[in-house]
Ligand binder design. Structure first.
Ligand SMILES: *Cc1c(COP(=O)(O)O)cnc(C)c1O
Length: 223
């Protein structure tokens, strides 16, 4: 069987050089992360605060930890000292709390806004209109310890590749519109986080420059 670090290398070989790979290690033991780390990989994604905390404590401190899941406001404080990027900001309230905790740690935390585009009825994420209006309204500008660096989304969990491509394309279109209208002067507003194990090639063809791949690297998750 191939080890995580070999698979990461193989995936990277298929990606354009500007696409970053977040290895999603949730529900997999620290030992598997160590294997990937030994092969040189540094960017890992987790979606549960407690699990991330435990891994953060035992693993090398130069790992870039990305928080990719739904984040509850009352848990922001645990990861604020070290998290590198929070992918799924879906309310102003959450962004305010991240700002507050970042301030306490005397740092600026990079964040992505989560776009809800899939047909599934999940509770999380801004619709395209909501996100546009939120960014336009500008309340976030007062939060000096967070930096909005782009968008994150998930496509519908369907076989229809045209539909998936269309959803990623909508995300890319919104990204460009926001970039042009509100972030033209901010070079760090550049991240398009979409694409997972089953759909990342489609994502990369439709604007993604950051993919979040879990099961393809680490195998099926045991919940
Ligand atoms: C689990 C998860 C992934 C990785 O999913 P795979 O299908 O295992 O690649 C990506 N993004 C988010 C938000 C996730 O929760």
């Amino acid at each position: 069987m191939k080890n995580p670090s070999q698979i990461i290398k193989e995936i990277k070989q298929t990606l354009p050089p500007y696409v970053q790979l977040v290895a999603v290690s949730k529900f997999h033991p620290a030992s598997m992360i160590e294997e990937a780390y030994a092969g040189g990989h540094r960017m890992f994604g987790e979606s549960h605060v407690q699990e991330l905390q435990q891994k953060y404590e035992v693993l090398p401190k130069d790992i870039e930890w990305h928080f990719i899941g739904h984040l509850q406001t009352n848990k922001v404080k645990y990861i604020a000292p070290y998290v590198r990027l929070i992918h799924a900001v879906d309310t102003h309230k959450l962004l305010e709390e991240i700002n507050k905790q970042a301030q306490k740690c005397n740092r600026i935390i990079d964040c992505l806004l989560e776009l809800h585009i899939a047909q599934e009825e999940t509770k999380y994420g801004f619709s395209a209109d909501e996100m546009y209006n939120y960014v336009k309204q500008g309340e976030w500008r007062q939060l000096e310890n967070v930096r909005i660096c782009g968008l994150m989304c998930m496509a519908s969990n369907v076989e229809d590749e045209a539909q998936i491509a269309n959803e990623f394309n909508q995300a890319e279109t919104l990204f460009r519109r926001l970039k042009q209208e509100f972030f033209a002067q901010q070079d760090s507003f550049s991240i398009r986080s979409w694409g997972m194990s089953d759909d990342y090639p489609i994502a990369v063809e439709n604007g993604s420059n950051m993919i979040r791949v879990g099961s393809k690297i680490f195998g099926p998750r045991v919940y």
